[in-house]
Structure formats: C-alpha cells, structure tokens
Design a protein around this ligand. Structure first.
Ligand code: PNS
Length: 164
C-alpha cells in the first residue's frame, strides 16, 4: 500500500488543494493531509478549524486521513512511517520554493521522496494567501474554495461586496 503525506498550511483549503488531493488519490492508495502548526505565522483559521474544514470536505473522498503536525516534516514522516511527500505545483513561480524545500527535506532525510502533481489548470492562480487577501478586501471568492470554507470566511470577514 503506497501512502503519501500531503503537508501544508491550508489556511484555508482551496479548490486547488482539492484538485491535488483528487489527483493524489489516483496515484496513491492513501493520503495523509497534514496541517502544519506554525505559531510564527498569523493565520485566519486555527489549526483545529482547518482540520475540521478539510475533514468535512473530504468525507467520502477515499482513503484520506486529516492530521496536524509541528516540527520537521521529515520527522513527522518518520513517525507516520511514510516515505513520500506530495506537493502540488501551479505556475513556474512555485518551482523554486518547492525545489528548495524538497532538497532540504532530502538533506534532512534521504529516505523521504517528494512527488509533485500539477494543479488543475482552472485553479492555477488560486492560492490561500490571495484568496484571503481578496476576501479581506470584500472580494467574492466563493467559487475558489469549498462551500464550507466560503461560509466560514464570510462569518469571519463579512460578506463579499463584489458580485462574481
Ligand atoms: O502550504 P505551505 O505553507 O506552502 O506548506 C509549507 C510546508 C508546511 C509544507 C512547509 O513549511 C513545511 O514542511 N514545514 C515544516 C517544517 C520543516 O520541515 N521545514 C524544513 C523543510 S523546508
């Protein structure tokens, strides 16, 4: 059974993340979606809220576990006894950051491999940071995130002031 860990901030989960999870389930038997606990990064949603939103969205989606972790990703992989990290690639802009991370992880643990899947091109430009920025400024982002996420964003940031 091939298992991969799909790590990230997921603040919040977008349709781009979902497209990677769907593709990941074609390649792997099981995915562990792992939300990073990062006290240094100011987040819109708590880790618990993010985990809950992801679980809601993935109910019935196949063999997916949703978890959180802190510290080094490769240490988390070791604890879970998993040797593959899954990351999504969007435009070229992602490449350098992803290359650095994959190389650092390989340096830290040569037994962990990183596998990249391409995001669905409909969501190539979608990132959690841009979704948050647009929503904070009153933009309507409901088509870029799952319905449960859109609802919680409206609760937290107020309703959108633009029509989409
Ligand atoms: O969604 P993101 O913010 O691009 O995800 C980044 C993440 C969580 C994959 C990365 O920051 C991470 O793995 N952090 C854990 C700390 C770590 O292992 N750092 C060394 C490798 S760069």
């Amino acid at each position: 059974m091939t298992v991969a860990i799909y790590p990230g901030s997921f603040d919040p989960m977008t349709h781009g993340h979902l497209s990677i999870i769907r593709s990941g389930l074609v390649v792997f038997d099981k995915l562990i979606v792992a939300v990073l606990r990062n006290p240094r990064k100011e987040a819109l949603f708590t880790v618990e809220e993010r985990v809950e939103m992801i679980r809601e969205e993935l109910a019935g989606a196949g063999d997916v576990e949703v978890d959180s972790f802190d510290g080094l990703l490769v240490e988390y992989c070791r604890r879970k006894n998993v040797r593959v990290v899954l990351r999504g690639l969007r435009a070229v802009a992602d490449f350098e950051y992803e290359l650095q991370m994959a190389n650092m992880n390989r340096h830290l643990n040569t037994e962990v491999e990183t596998v990249f899947l391409m995001a669905n091109d409909a969501y190539f430009y979608v990132s959690s940071n841009l979704v948050k920025e647009a929503a904070r400024l009153g933009g309507d982002v409901h088509r870029l995130v799952p319905p449960g996420v859109a609802r919680r964003m409206t609760e937290r940031l107020g309703p959108p002031r633009t029509g989409a």
